[in-house]
Design a protein around this ligand. Sequence first.
Ligand code: URA
Length: 432
Amino acid sequence: MRMVDLIEKKRDGEALTKEEIEWMVAGYTNDEIPDYQMAALSMAIYFQNMTPKERAELTIAMANSGDTIDLSGIDGIKVDKHSTGGVGDKTTIALAPLVASLGVPVAKMSGRGLGHTGGTIDKLEAIPNFTCEIDTEQFLSLVNENKLAVVGQTGNLTPADKKLYGLRDVTGTVNALGLIASSIMSKKIASGADAIVLDVKTGSGAFMNSLEDAKELAKAMVDIGNDIGRKTVAIISDMNQPLGRTVGNALEIQEAIDVVKGGGPEDVRELCLTLGSQMVYLAEKANSVEEARSMLKEAMASGAAAKTLKTFIAAQNGDDSVVDDPKKLPQATYTHEIKANETGYVKVIAANKVGVAAMQLGAGRATKEDTIDLAVGLVMNKKIGDYVEAGESLVTLHANQEVVDDVVEVVMSAYEFSKETIDKPTLIYKQM
Ligand code: URA
């Protein structure tokens, strides 16, 4: 086979065969196919798209390009959840103990973050002494014992995707729908999920700005999952403003703890109940999604979910007393109130700008080598639809620096106001 023939075939709108896709993924992973040819193919895919069959085959080929995780030693149906990402998204941390408390095994492999805040592992490391550095044997036995463990990504998982994603990032081909769908699903398959719940974000702070694009991406991923025998459902949820009230690692842990106990901001709690009930249903622990939802509410109210969270934290060496006393999480030295300079209703909070502000405070990494400050971040006191009077606090900054003028400027530019009342944005747009 010659790569140039595959590029021309795709350029002319034809579908690639399974053999061609497998050959191309193997050749690219082994450095036999150069970046310039892979870039040309990615651009051809961007314009010509891929058929559902091509996407499923690309997903499997990428999932098999490196190590795969065998979770067969864990009893029960392993359901994984994936979010396409957004500012203030701490759902995994609340969801995992919630569903685990109902007997759903959660074997979570997570990464560190690049961008506005840390990834799930960074956030969990805000809990004093908590570690995700456990070996595979320990990981599997903790899930069997406690129904929940979180481990850092180890080994050589989906190297084809890693290489291709890096290339797409610098060749204008990240937003090729089929490539996004295959990229995300290949990682879920390689990490051993039996079933998958996807949270596809839409809005100004999401990858997919429009609802139409988000629906198309969700459908592409659901089709891939179901085509290759993994039950997959997707929820499309709002990312027109940060999720919940906090952005920043320790602050987000605190909010997740509140949600596990049945409190916290309504949007985070509702999203957790929506995603969690799908997970519980797919894991066959409830006869319907509705039944799963009431079981989750009961786990919040009875303290069962908080108990699972404590057991999980203690089992991974963390200080579980943070669940009762969140003040034991890292605290920033200074707080600064950012006050509204006009009276009205909040119309816009540009999530991406809030993300930039969190980065400026030190909550996220600009490069892989950066260290992050776990204590710093933002608490959003006013969200879209809220009434605010001039002089009232919009945002509280938690900072380890005395001067925050540049951060204040960015946060102020994220907010827009209206004299007319503004409806709160819809949280859940669609389930697929
Ligand atoms: N996230 C991924 O993992 N892959 C993509 O292609 C886009 C977002």
